[in-house]
Ligand binder design. Structure first.
Ligand code: DL6
Length: 819
C-alpha cells in the first residue's frame, strides 16, 4: 500500500499523507516498502510535531510580545503518558490522520499503541502536573512546566512466574528518538555543587560561592498543545552533562576510570527518576537533582525576565512560581542567593520579592513525606544555601521566649545530625500554601502547620481541590461515551469539553430508556475492550457481563489494597460455602488490581504477591470461578489506566480516613460513569457532595476518630476474633497456606493483628456491608445505569480547567494570552 501511495502522490493527495510519506523518506531515511507500524508511528508523530512547532513558536512569540505575568509549575514529576493521540485530539486532526494512515495501509489504533508512555512520575502528583499543563494551554494561560529529563522513568514492573512477586526493570523510554521534544542545545546553564562560600559586605548578608563541581544543564522542550486553540505551552526538562568532556590528563596517563569519573557523576544527576512515592530519602543524588533543576529553572526565568528590561524589584509582578510539594523548595533559597549575591539587593528587598513569587502546594500529610535534609550534607553540597537558610530567621522574631513553639516553627530540627525541614522552609518562603482537597487543606492547617497558621493568619492558607483533564480522561480514553454525550446534549463537543459543568444537561435524559440503553451499551463495549486486553496480557478469558470492580494506584498501606484483597478472599470463601443452586443468585464479579510498589517497600510488595497468588487459586477453582475472578495487571501506566477506567462499574478508594490527600483516579472513574466505593476521605467527600450520597458507597470510620482508635489499638487492644470474626476467618485462611505456604504472608498479616495502624480491623465489617450494598444495587440494572449517568453528569467541578483557574486567579494572578 505504501508503494501505491508513493507512486500515487499527486497534487490531489492530502497534505497530511504527503507529510507522513515525506518524514518516512527524509527524517527516518527509510524506504516506504519496509515500514512497519512503529515506523509509521514515528513518521506520523513527526508530521504532527510540525504542526505543534508552528503553534508553539507563535505562542511563545506572543507571550514575549505581550510581556504579561507568567506562572511556572516546578514539578520533579510529569506523568505524561502517550502524546500522539492527545496531540491529535487537541489539534482536531484525529480524523484526518486516521484516514491518511488508512490510505497508507495502517490502522490508527495500531499506530497509537506503538508509542511508549512518557512515565517521568510515580503517581498522582506527577499525573496532576500533566493535567494542569493540558488545562493551562487549553485556557491560553502563560504557564510553563519545569522538570527533569530522566533517562529512565518509573521502573517497569514484572511479576515473577514462580512466586508472584514484583520485579523491577529499567524503563529505557528514550531508546528511540523522542519526537515530542526539541533539544535546545543552545539553552544551557552552569550549576555549581560543593565548593566554599565566603561572606563579604558587612551586614549585607552577601557571599561569594566558588570552587567545587560545575555541571551543565541542557534544555529539552516538550510542546503542550491546548485543546481547540493554537495556544501551545512549553514543558522544559533539563538534562545534566559534564561541563568539560573528560579529564584528558588522566586519560593520557592511562587512568581511564578517573578520566570519566567526573563526567559520569554529572550525567548521573538526570539518569533516573526516584521510584519512591511518599517516602523521604537520604540520598545525596536526590538532593543534587533538586538543586540542579531549581537552579537551571531559575536562571532561565531570570534570563527571560531580563529581556523585559524591567527593574529586578518587579520580578514578582511578572513571575509566579508554584512549588509542587517540597521537592523544589531550594528554589526559594536559590532566588535569595541570586538576588542578594548577584543582583546585590538588600536582604529585606530580596525576601519581599521571594515571598511574593512562590506558592506552595502540599500533597500529603503522611509524616514520612515531609522532606528533611541533614545539615552536614547541605553544608557539603550547597554551602552557600545552608548559610542563607540559617539567615532566614523571620519567624523567630515574633514569639521571643516561647521555646517549644519556636522549635516547631524552626527551619532546623535539632538532633544528630541537625536537619533542614523543607516543608517549613516552603511555608515561610511562599505567599500562599494550599492542600489539594477541602478535608486535606483543613488537615494541613490543623495538624501539619498549626503554628504557622497562628503566626501568619489563615489568609496565607487555602485549598485548591485537584482536577483532571476531560480531554484525556473522557474524550480520548472513552470515545464512545464522548460521542453519546455530544449527541445527547446537542452541543458541540468542543463546548462541553471546555466547560464540563455542561454535563449537567445529561440529567434531563436520565429517565429516557433509549438513552439508558445506549449508555449501558457503551459501558459494556468498554468492558469487552478491557476483557480482550486482559486475555492478551494474561491469557485468561474474562466475562464482560460480570460487575467490574477496579482498584488502581500505587501500592501503599494507607491506600489499603490489603483491605480489598481480604474482602475478595471473604467473598470467595462465602461463595465456596454455598450450594450450586445458591451460587446462581450471586452477583458475578471480576476484580482488577494494578499498581507498583516502591522497590524497597517490603509490605507493599508482599501485598502484590498475595493478590497474584489469590488470583491463581480463585481463577482456577471450578466451583467459584464463574462467579468471582481476580486479576493483577502488571506494569500499571497511564495507558493501562485509559483502558481500565472506562470499563469499571465500581472502583475502590478506600484509604484510612484522613490519609489520602485527594486522589484523582476517583474523579476519572466517576467521570466515566463508574460508581465509587470509598471512605470519607480526600476528594471522595467532594465527589459525594456533587453526585449525591445515594450514588456513592461510603463506609468506614471518620477522620476525627482515627487518632482515638489508634490509641486504643496500642493501649486497649481487642483480638481480631472479637472485633471482626469475619476478618479473623480470612486472616486464618491466608495463614493456613492455601495461597502460599511457609508463612510468607505473616509479616503482612501481623501488621493487622498487631497495631493495625491503618485500621483494617475497625473498617472491615462496614467495608463488606458496603460491597453487599453494591451487589444489591447492581441487581437493579436500570437503577444502576441511572446512578451511572447521574454521576457523570455531576462531575463538572473536577475538571482541571476549574482547578487551574483557581490557581491562576486566587494565587498567581495571571491572565490568558489571546491571539
Ligand atoms: O495531589 C495529587 C496527589 C493526590 O491526589 C494524592 O492523594 C496524594 O497522595 C499525592 N501525593 C503525593 C505526595 N508525594 N510526595 N511527596 O504524591 O498527590
Amino acid at each position: 500500500t505504501w508503494k501505491t501511495a508513493m507512486r500515487d502522490i499527486t497534487s490531489e493527495t492530502p497534505d497530511i499523507t504527503k507529510s507522513i510519506v515525506h518524514h518516512v523518506q527524509t527524517s527516518l531515511a527509510r524506504a516506504p516498502y519496509n515500514i512497519d507500524d512503529f515506523g509509521a508511528y514515528q513518521a506520523a508523530a513527526l508530521s504532527v510535531r510540525d504542526n505543534l512547532i508552528v503553534n508553539w513558536n507563535t505562542t511563545q512569540i506572543e507571550y514575549s510580545r505581550k510581556s504579561q505575568k507568567r506562572a511556572y509549575y516546578l514539578s520533579l514529576e510529569f506523568l505524561m503518558g502517550r502524546t500522539l493521540s492527545n496531540a491529535l485530539l487537541n489539534l482536531g486532526l484525529l480524523d484526518q490522520y486516521s484516514s491518511s494512515l488508512s490510505s497508507l495501509g495502517f490502522g490508527i489504533e495500531d499506530i497509537l499503541v506503538q508509542e511508549r508512555d512518557a512515565a517521568l512520575g510515580n503517581g498522582g502528583l506527577g499525573r496532576l502536573a500533566a493535567c494542569y499543563l493540558d488545562s493551562s494551554a487549553t485556557q491560553e494561560l502563560p504557564v510553563w512546566g519545569y522538570g527533569l529529563r530522566y533517562k529512565y522513568g518509573i521502573f517497569q514492573q514484572l511479576i515473577k512466574a514462580d512466586d508472584g512477586s514484583q520485579l523491577e526493570a529499567p524503563d529505557p523510554w528514550l531508546e528511540h528518538q523522542n519526537p515530542w521534544e526539541l533539544p535546545r542545545l543552545d539553552v544551557t546553564y552552569e550549576v555549581r555543587f560543593y565548593g566554599s562560600a565566603q561572606r563579604w559586605g558587612e551586614g549585607t548578608g552577601r557571599a561569594t560561592w566558588s570552587g567545587g563541581q560545575e555541571v551543565l544543564a541542557i534544555a529539552y522542550d516538550v510542546m503542550i498543545p491546548g485543546y481547540g486553540t493554537r495556544s501551545t505551552n512549553n514543558l522544559r526538562l533539563w538534562e545534566s552533562k559534564p561541563k568539560r568532556g573528560f579529564d584528558l590528563q588522566s586519560f593520557n596517563a592511562g587512568n581511564y576510570e578517573r578520566a570519566v569519573e567526573s563526567s559520569n557523576s554529572a550525567a548521573a544527576i538526570t539518569s533516573v527518576l526516584y521510584p519512591n512515592d511518599h517516602t523521604s530519602f537520604g540520598k545525596e543524588l536526590r538532593l543534587k537533582q533538586q538543586y540542579f533543576w531549581t537552579a537551571a529553572s531559575l536562571a532561565d526565568m531570570l534570563r527571560r525576565f531580563k529581556n523585559l528590561e524591567k527593574p529586578i524589584s518587579e520580578f514578582a509582578e511578572y513571575n509566579a512560581i508554584q512549588l509542587n510539594d517540597t521537592h523544589p523548595t531550594l528554589a526559594i533559597v536559590e532566588l535569595m542567593r541570586i538576588l542578594v549575591d548577584e543582583e546585590e539587593l538588600s536582604w529585606d528587598s530580596a525576601w519581599t520579592i521571594v515571598t511574593n513569587t512562590f506558592f506552595f502546594t502540599n500533597h500529603t500529610v503522611l509524616p514520612e513525606a515531609l522532606e528533611k535534609w541533614s545539615v552536614p550534607l547541605m553544608e557539603h553540597l550547597l554551602p552557600r544555601h545552608m548559610q542563607i537558610i540559617f539567615d532566614i530567621v523571620t519567624v523567630e522574631k515574633r514569639f521571643p521566649g516561647d521555646r517549644d513553639r519556636l522549635a516547631r516553627l524552626s527551619l532546623i530540627e535539632e538532633g544528630f545530625p541537625k536537619q533542614v525541614r523543607m516543608a517549613n522552609l516552603a511555608v515561610v518562603g511562599s505567599r500562599k500554601v494550599n492542600g489539594v482537597a477541602e478535608l486535606h487543606s483543613n488537615l494541613v492547617q490543623k495538624n501539619l502547620f498549626p503554628d504557622f497558621v497562628e503566626f501568619y493568619g489563615l489568609s496565607k492558607f487555602g485549598n485548591v481541590t485537584n482536577g483532571i483533564t476531560p480531554r484525556r480522561w473522557l474524550d480520548q480514553c472513552n470515545p464512545s461515551l464522548s460521542a453519546l454525550i455530544t449527541d445527547t446534549l446537542k452541543i458541540d463537543r468542543n463546548v462541553w469539553l471546555k466547560d464540563l459543568y455542561k454535563l449537567k444537561g445529561l440529567l434531563a435524559h436520565v429517565d429516557d430508556p433509549q438513552f439508558q440503553a445506549r449508555w449501558a451499551a457503551v459501558k459494556h463495549q468498554n468492558k469487552e475492550r478491557l476483557a480482550l486486553f486482559v486475555e492478551r496480557q494474561l491469557g485468561i478469558k474474562v466475562d464482560a457481563h460480570a460487575l467490574f470492580d477496579v482498584q488502581i494506584k500505587r501500592l501503599h498501606e494507607y491506600k489499603r489494597q490489603t483491605l480489598n484483597i481480604l474482602g475478595v478472599i471473604h467473598r470467595y470463601l462465602l461463595i465456596k460455602s454455598l450450594t450450586p443452586e445458591e451460587r446462581k443468585k450471586v452477583v458475578k464479579k471480576v476484580v482488577f488490581f494494578a499498581g507498583k510498589a516502591a522497590p524497597g517497600y517490603y509490605i507493599a510488595k508482599l501485598t502484590i504477591r498475595l493478590i497474584v497468588n489469590v488470583a491463581r487459586v480463585i481463577n482456577a477453582d471450578p466451583d467459584t470461578n464463574q462467579y468471582l475472578s481476580l486479576f493483577f495487571l502488571p506494569d500499571y501506566s497511564v495507558s493501562v489506566a485509559e483502558i481500565l477506567i472506562p470499563a469499571s462499574d465500581i472502583s475502590q478508594h478506600i484509604s484510612t480516613a484522613g490519609t489520602e490527600a485527594s486522589g484523582t483516579s476517583n474523579m476519572k472513574f466517576c467521570l466515566n460513569g463508574g460508581l465509587l466505593v470509598g471512605t470519607v476521605d480526600g476528594a471522595n467527600i467532594e465527589i459525594a457532595e456533587e453526585v449525591g450520597d445515594d450514588n456513592v458507597f461510603f463506609f468506614g470510620n471518620l477522620t476525627p476518630d482515627v487518632e482515638d482508635l489508634r490509641y486504643r489499638h496500642t493501649y486497649h487492644p481487642i483480638p481480631v476474633e472479637q472485633k471482626s470474626p469475619a476478618l479473623a476467618h480470612v486472616l486464618n485462611t491466608v495463614s493456613s497456606g492455601i495461597f502460599g505456604s511457609d508463612g510468607v504472608y505473616e509479616p503482612l498479616l501481623n501488621t493487622i493483628r498487631e497495631g493495625d495502624f491503618y485500621l483494617l480491623t475497625d473498617d472491615f465489617d462496614s467495608y463488606i456491608r458496603a460491597l453487599e450494598m453494591v451487589d444489591e444495587a447492581y441487581a437493579d440494572r436500570t437503577e444502576w445505569v441511572k446512578k451511572s449517568i447521574r454521576t457523570t453528569a455531576k462531575m463538572g467541578k473536577f475538571s482541571s480547567d476549574r482547578a487551574i483557574q483557581d490557581y491562576a486567579q486566587e494565587y498567581w494572578n495571571i491572565e490568558s494570552v489571546k491571539f
